[in-house]
Design a binder for this molecule. Structure first.
Ligand code: GLU
Length: 466
């Protein structure tokens, strides 16, 4: 072989070696690139009312919605996975089995050794919860001699460990669960004296546990998303930017108002009688709600929530304005829906559901749920005409007529001349009432959704619905 021939023979080999070198020198894909290449963001969470659950439109919850917005921004799909316990969740993030945890996790110094937290999206407190009728704990010293339940591996367990290290007399026990509801049940049933839970979880659960109350706030916590500390920071930086931007744009406040905004109006007496009525009245009608739900395409718990708001599930209910029956139909609506006897519970529920469906179908298709459903529910109460007027007014004022949050603010304006003067249907007295009406129904609906998956009411309700 001449030298020239040898050079030709070796050239491809040299190219191969060169290519190999270039490959080896190319940096590994970053954590952010791995997510975008995979086309999927894997988020670990837990199913609780403050984080992630299912309702009539599928998956929802504060954490779920926020995580979905982040996945959308990255242009990838979202895969939610569940962890049974907090330690398992933290391990999954630290080991890279999930890209991040979005699960109402508090930022703690201990966790920061393994994890990196984004800016906080919610400030909460640790509530010391006790049974009404027992001495209310008011300060740390009052914890002495009482058995406290905390979630295993939680920020609260950490708080109590710190207190113990400082010499306080605190007797606590970690409970193997990922759900604050479990702790509340244990106190409610007398297995523990106190529970330490996140204030946001306490607020959402309170109505399911009217016998429990909050003694005092033990500490403040900040909730944030957790990402692994090891590895590069690219995904963390993206999450952090997202969080900061969404906060500044008011999206976080909007989510807060969506998931917590309709809670306040629910008091102890209302909560207690709601639970009693679930046991005493709902069983009589659950099956009818379910059938009507099948026919109309709504979640039976939504129809049940409406029936509760309308009449407290009382088929004999009558209002001074002449509406009547379990679903409180006017004479005209009853006629339109083809029923004779409005006090016949079965007929009332079927007609109410079919009427709601009719309203829903008249609302433009492009309006996404959940807005479309709440608009239909509002129209059930205030009338389609006034709802339409409120939507037109919303648009005139530069807001979004397809958003229930924007439209509801205009409903009360329809009783002021300067606003109703130019509308098609004129003066509407009940604008404010219809906002409260929808808010209550959302509250009852949420409670029914959670109650169907809770340990205590769940079995009865699920049995009723089947
Ligand atoms: N936020 C708590 C934590 O970070 C979880 C406990 C709870 O949900 O009450 O550990």
């Amino acid at each position: 072989m001449t030298l020239k021939q040898a050079r030709f023979a070796l050239a491809p080999l040299a190219l191969l070696v060169l290519a190999g070198l270039v490959m080896a020198m190319r940096p590994l894909p970053s954590s952010l690139e791995r997510v975008t290449t995979r086309g999927e963001l894997v988020v670990v969470s837990r199913t609780t009312p403050t984080t992630w659950y299912r309702d009539q439109h599928g998956e929802t919850g504060f954490e779920y919605e926020l995580a979905r917005q982040f996945a959308d921004q990255l242009g990838v799909s979202l895969r939610m996975v569940e962890a049974d316990s907090l330690p398992q969740m933290l391990d999954m993030v630290a080991n890279g089995d999930a890209d991040l945890a979005a699960a109402g996790l508090a930022i703690t110094a201990e966790r920061q050794r393994e994890l990196r937290f984004t800016s906080a999206y919610q400030d909460i407190t640790d509530k010391v919860v006790y049974r009404l009728g027992e001495t209310r704990p008011r300060r740390i010293e009052d914890l002495a001699g009482r058995r406290i339940a905390v979630l295993d591996g939680s920020a609260q367990e950490y708080q109590l460990e710190q207190l113990r290290a400082k010499g306080f007399d605190v007797a606590f026990e970690p409970v193997q669960s990922n759900s604050p509801e479990r702790l509340l049940t244990l106190v409610d049933e007398g297995y523990f004296d106190l529970a330490l839970v996140d204030s946001n979880a306490y607020i959402l659960h309170r109505s399911l546990f009217p016998e429990l109350a909050s003694g005092f706030d033990l500490a403040q916590e900040q909730l944030a998303w957790a990402l692994p500390r090891s590895g590069d920071r690219s995904l963390f930086m993206a999450a952090q930017r997202f969080m900061v931007q969404r906060k500044a744009a008011g999206d976080i406040a909007r989510l807060e108002s969506r998931f917590y905004g309709h809670i306040n109006s629910f008091n102890y007496v209302a909560a207690r009688s709601f639970l009693n009525h679930i046991d005493e009245r709902l069983p009589l009608y659950a099956q009818v709600f379910r059938e009507a739900a099948g026919d109309s395409g709504f979640d039976w718990r939504l129809l049940a929530a409406m029936g509760y708001q309308e009449s407290l599930w009382n088929p004999e209910a009558v209002s001074p304005t002449g509406v009547r029956g379990l679903m409180m139909l006017t004479r005209n609506t009853a006629r339109e829906m083809g029923i004779e006897d409005r006090t016949d519970a079965m007929a009332s529920i079927r007609a109410g559901a079919a009427y709601l469906r009719k309203l829903y179908d008249r609302i433009p298709d492009r309006i996404a749920d959940v807005d479309r459903t709440w608009m239909a529910v509002a129209a059930y109460n205030v009338g389609m005409g006034h709802l339409e007027d409120a939507r037109v007014l919303t648009q005139k004022q530069g807001d979004d007529p397809d958003s229930w949050d924007d439209v509801r603010k205009r409903l009360p304006l329809l009783r002021q001349k300067e606003f109703y003067r130019d509308t098609r249907h004129g003066y509407a007295r009940g604008g404010m009432q219809s906002i409260i009406y929808v808010r209550h129904i959302r509250r009852y609906y949420d409670l029914l959704v959670w109650a169907t998956s809770s340990d205590r009411h769940g079995p009865t309700l699920v049995a009723l619905a089947n």
